[in-house]
Design a protein around this ligand. Structure first.
Ligand code: CMP
Length: 138
């Protein structure tokens, strides 16, 4: 059964011109693009999205960063999508990311780490519903 996950190309990667290369890596890895849109978001919208991280020391800076420029929001589908995307992304801190992963290639710091991917089925469902209406999922 195919599984869906949610992903964001973050503002650092969009600003640095890496959108096409990152979408290419995702495509090559066999994901189907169920939905995809480019937009900027408010700090309030970022705070709602990252509500599970509220109270952590990096929360405010993270929400400032995520509202600092254009993002690409995506719903992706394949067998084992959640785990496979996280493997393709590499470790949160690019310093610890494996060679060939998206973060190793395109991220510059633990905050400006190029890409987000859902970490579990329940968070994927929340994140897809936060950014996309049912009619946008094709
Ligand atoms: P992401 O996968 O989008 O989930 C939460 C984000 O918070 C993470 O990627 C990083 O961008 C950021 N983040 C996580 N841990 C830290 C940290 N220790 N310091 C700064 N930012 C962090």
């Amino acid at each position: 059964m195919p599984q869906r996950t949610f992903s964001i190309v973050k503002p650092d990667a969009v600003r640095n011109g890496h959108t096409g290369a990152i979408l290419g890596e995702i495509d090559k890895a066999g994901f189907r693009f169920v939905a995809l849109k480019q937009q900027s978001i408010s700090k309030r919208q970022a705070e709602g999205f990252y509500a599970v991280h509220r109270g952590k020391p990096f929360f405010d800076a993270l929400c400032e960063f995520m509202s600092s420029g254009t993002l690409v929001l995506m719903v992706l589908e394949k067998e084992n999508a959640i785990a496979d995307l996280r493997k393709l992304m590499g470790a949160t801190n690019p310093a610890n990311a494996e060679e060939g992963t998206i973060r190793k290639q395109f991220a510059s710091s633990i905050q400006e780490n190029a890409i987000h991917g859902s970490d579990a089925e329940d968070t994927a469902a929340f994140e897809i519903g936060y950014w996309f209406a049912g009619y946008e999922l094709i």
